[in-house]
Design a protein. Structure first.
Lengths: 129, 149, 643
């Protein structure tokens, strides 16, 4: 069994459990990774506070705390400023692509997503970080 | 006058008191039970209950035939046991008066006095009235050689 | 493959279909509830903001996940519903009666599309409804923009606003104390007005909640556990535009959403515990010979106590599978509303005994049949307003849905005060089929039998359109297959009552379905440690036993074909189910493992069908009987057959 602490921890944030499972399964082909789930922006930030996170896959349209607020909060914080963020959101948000990237997201993917493409994007971000 | 359900087996008409007949079904799927009594074809699911399907031909020592569209499962419920009887075909519902039922003659070869409790003669038809307790009793066997038909 | 191919994508996402359906169900229930509340706000400007938000979000999520699994009709429909909701939220359109009806129709159609996909039926067309939704948006555009009002709260002097700070830690999270659990706790004592993350002095993250609660300073002290600190909230300068209000009718915080997989896992573990304990029992009994009596007695006492506790645990876990039948009743209420509206009937639904609990398995099997009875009652049983008034009945028809437990059974009644079933009509229809040749007077039981005859049951338009294929014959069979009973009581002009009795306790187990010599068997999962695939060539014979090597040791095999005296054709490979522990392990050899299923265990009561090695029988939903193996009996048989 690989040493858990050497695995990259990917935080998957989406209020739909089905969606979270789809993302996690898509990332199954990546090596040396494990995943953690969060169902809201608050939960995601809590995760950041209590365990090391190496990359976030983030939905935008979530109740209580919009994904954009999460990006803003994370990028303001010294400790989390450099965590790669992949935004994964529905088509209608395409107009906010620029906004998200300007706020500090590294990639912006739309749903429905191609599992292979997601794995590639996440894999390459993990390698370069 | 008592109501009976009639069915056919190897060209002979048999009758069972209808109060013991829970239902009559087409035979769907029988799961064969390993190491069971040779006359037990297997079990079937009827009204949520798993009951044995007893092949009467085998039980009476007749040659077994394949099932066809006319084969039926006569589900017997005598108050304590529920068992399905596999028969060639189910015929009709008939009221028979106790006077028309005579005890089986000694000279009758085959099932005499064993699996039947009497013979009813209605006009030209002869109906053998089944002794259910004997039929369902596992320890009760009639020598197959005697009853070849 | 360089370009993402939408067809390939579909295949990948098929594995999530179950999750998808479960999540859709949850969203649809929540949507339905919101719609019921929304109905009161039609044609007003005072639309509940939170309600609209929730509806919007639900449609948005449904759109997303439907797109992922490739159900385009659902995706598009959800998209248009979402758009309409967006306009309502932004206040650019007002909610008219026709708009509301279009919403309701849209949701029904969405349910229908998902249901069709689930049951492999043709997907209904959404074009008409999409047009309808688009037309509504145009028609109801407001000239003035009304303010989307938020709920006004009364100024209660005893309610204080508190600022609660929660600092999450790994240790707290492990104990189950996290931002969600804290929020839930706060919602129990008051209203959570705000929740946001903050960064503290040394850079740690904490969460700040503003709570309006009816607690004073002294009470607060007792709440400051698990990393929570309370202080009076700073006075608000201007009303916040984003307020987090608990939605009406949301599930209470004391309800936990349980992943079905976790529940199954829990049951499996409990099953394992039971097996371990029986072995412990045996060992303790053996020890009696060699242990001083006093010492042994205390050991036995602990053993028995454990046994009791385990039994309690088992029952508790089984109870987790129970759901309240009120959930089904609620669904039925929505269906009745829709149907009544469509058919121009007025119907009042009376519910009774909704808190009666029923095993989830029963719910799954009986949902469609019960729904069929309800539809029948609305479509055929209950009359239109005009007809009812002409008969001197009240204009609204009454549909009663009730449930109660009677001993070991649950009794469900679906009763209407409508037309009643016309015996004459049924008999007429039965004649050409040769049923009821005596043309005798038939009582309610005989009438029920007639209408439940396949080919005779009425299939109304709604069923044909949605292709559900449930007829009365299916209702009867489904009930009886579960060991239940259905009965009927009806009077012309007065109404009809269907009563369904179902057993409360069903022995349900997880089982592996295997194939041996072409025949299927079920093996209780709890007895199986591991499953192996073995090459026939790798088996050896040791002292009259067939063995294989397993984890560095020798595993004796039990061939079912040998014990059951069946013919056997060896393939190149076969499967082995490892049962028993450590030195006691043996392998049950089967041809193939077909899958894993949850089964209802039915005992074989009649001695004619009982056989050593067979524990009972079950049916896998395809009406074919499958025998259940008795693992410990098989092991003993194997021992005796070797000598």
């Amino acid at each position: 069994m690989p040493d858990e602490s050497k695995l990259n921890n990917i935080l998957v944030v989406d209020d739909s459990p089905t969606m979270r499972r789809m993302v996690i399964t898509s990332l199954g082909s990546l090596r040396h990774v494990k995943s953690t789930q969060a169902g809201s922006g608050l939960e995601a930030i809590e995760r950041l506070a209590i365990e090391p996170v190496d990359l976030m896959v983030l939905d935008l349209n979530m109740p209580d705390m919009h994904g954009m607020e999460v990006i803003n909060f994370v990028r303001k914080h010294q400790a989390y400023r450099n965590i790669p963020i992949v935004v994964l959101t529905t088509k209608s948000e395409e107009s906010s692509r620029t906004e998200a990237l300007a706020a500090g997201a590294n990639r912006y993917l739309t749903k429905p997503f191609d599992p292979r493409q997601l794995a590639d994007v996440v894999g390459s971000l993990l390698q370069t970080s | 006058m008592e109501p009976f359900i009639l069915f056919e087996l190897a060209g002979t008409l048999y009758g069972v008191r209808s109060r013991f007949v829970q239902q009559i079904e087409m035979i769907d799927d029988v799961a064969s039970v390993p190491n069971a009594h040779p006359a037990v074809e297997g079990v079937v699911l009827v009204r949520g209950q798993v009951i044995p399907a007893l092949n009467l031909r085998t039980r009476f020592g007749f040659e077994k035939i394949g099932r066809d569209l006319r084969s039926r499962l006569v589900v017997i419920n005598n108050g304590t046991r529920v068992v399905g009887l596999v028969v060639d075909t189910a015929r009709e519902f008939l009221k028979i008066s106790t006077d028309s039922i005579a005890p089986p003659p000694e000279a009758l070869t085959g099932l005499s006095g064993h699996y039947i409790e009497g013979i009813a003669t209605i006009g030209e038809r002869m109906i053998l009235i089944l002794n259910l307790d004997a039929v369902l009793d596992l320890d009760y066997e009639v020598e197959p050689e005697i009853s070849q038909v | 493959m360089d370009k993402p191919n939408p067809d390939n994508r579909g295949e990948f996402f098929d594995q999530f279909l179950d999750d998808y359906y479960t999540e859709c169900d949850e969203h649809l229930v929540s949507i339905r509830r919101s719609l019921v509340v929304l109905e009161d706000d039609v044609n007003t400007y005072a639309l509940d903001r939170t309600l609209l938000d929730n509806l919007f979000r639900s449609f948005h999520t449904l759109k997303g996940i439907s797109g992922m699994v490739g159900l385009a009709a659902a995706e598009q429909l959800a998209h248009h519903l979402e758009s309409y909701l967006r306009e309502l939220r932004e206040g650019t359109v007002v909610l008219t009666q026709s708009g509301f009806e279009a919403l309701v129709a849209g949701v029904s159609l969405l349910e229908g599309v998902i249901h069709a996909r689930r049951n492999d039926q043709p997907i209904p067309s959404i074009d008409q409804l999409v047009e309808r939704l688009q037309a509504i948006s145009v028609d109801s555009v407001t000239s003035e923009a009304p303010a989307a009002t938020t709920e006004t709260r009364e100024n209660d002097s005893t309610i204080t606003r508190w600022q609660v700070e929660f600092t999450p830690t790994a240790e707290l999270a492990e104990r189950g104390v996290n931002v969600n659990s804290v929020r839930a706790r706060l919602q129990e004592i008051g209203q959570v007005l705000q929740a946001k993350p903050v960064v503290k002095g040394a850079g740690e993250i904490a969460f700040e909640f503003i709570v309006a609660a009816d607690v004073d300073q002294t009470a607060v002290a007792s709440l400051e556990t698990d990393g929570l600190t309370f202080q009076p909230a700073p006075v608000e300068r201007e009303p916040r535009t984003r307020e987090i209000l608990p939605t009406p009718m949301i599930a209470p915080a004391s309800v936990v959403r349980v992943d079905l997989d976790r529940l199954d896992e829990l049951m499996r573990i409990v099953g394992d515990l039971v097996i371990s304990r029986t072995r412990l029992d045996d060992q303790v009994a053996e020890l009696k010979r060699v242990t001083p009596p006093a010492a042994w007695r205390s050991l036995q006492e602990v053993n028995l106590t454990m046994g009791r506790q385990l039994r309690d645990l088992r029952e508790s876990v089984m109870r987790v599978r129970m759901v309240q039948i009120g959930e089904i009743f609620e669904r039925m209420t929505f269906v009745v509303r829709d149907l009544a509206r469509e058919n121009g009937k007025k119907i009042i639904v009376q519910l009774s005994g909704g808190e009666t609990e029923i095993d989830k398995f029963l719910v799954e099997r009986m949902m469609d049949p019960l729904m069929h009875l309800v539809r029948n009652a609305v479509s055929h049983g209950l009359e239109t307003v005009a007809e009812r008034e002409a008969q001197g009945k009240r204009s609204e028809g009454v549909l009663l849905l009730s449930a109660m437990t009677a001993g070991e059974r649950i009794v469900i009644k679906i009763a209407d005060d409508g037309r009643g079933i016309d015996r004459g009509v049924v008999i007429e229809r039965a004649k050409p089929k040769g049923l009821n040749p005596e043309n005798a007077e038939i009582d309610d039981d005989a009438l029920l039998n007639l209408i439940c005859t396949p080919g005779l049951s009425t299939r109304d338009e709604a069923d044909r359109e949605s292709g559900r294929g449930v007829g009365m014959d299916v209702v009867k069979k489904a009930t009886e297959d579960l060991g239940g009973r259905i009965s009927l009581s009806t009077r012309i002009g007065e109404g009809t009552t269907f009563t369904i009795e179902l057993p409360l306790t069903l022995a349900i187990a997880e089982a592996l379905i295997v194939s041996v010599n072409g025949q299927r068997f079920a093996v209780p999962q709890s007895g199986v440690r591991e499953v192996l695939e073995v090459e026939s060539a790798s088996t050896r014979v040791l002292e009259n036993n067939e063995i294989i090597s397993y984890r560095g040791k020798v595993l004796p095999l039990i061939r079912l074909t040998r014990i059951f005296e069946m013919n056997h054709q060896r393939g190149e490979k076969f499967h082995v189910l490892v049962v028993g522990e450590e030195t006691n392990a043996v392998g049950l050899a089967v041809d193939r493992i077909l899958g894993q299923r949850e089964i209802v265990v039915r005992a074989i009561k009649d001695p004619l069908a009982q056989s050593r090695g067979i524990a009972g029988a079950t049916e896998l939903g395809d009406q074919r009987v499958v025998l259940i193996l008795d693992i410990s009996a098989l092991r003993q048989l194997a021992v005796t057959s070797r000598h």
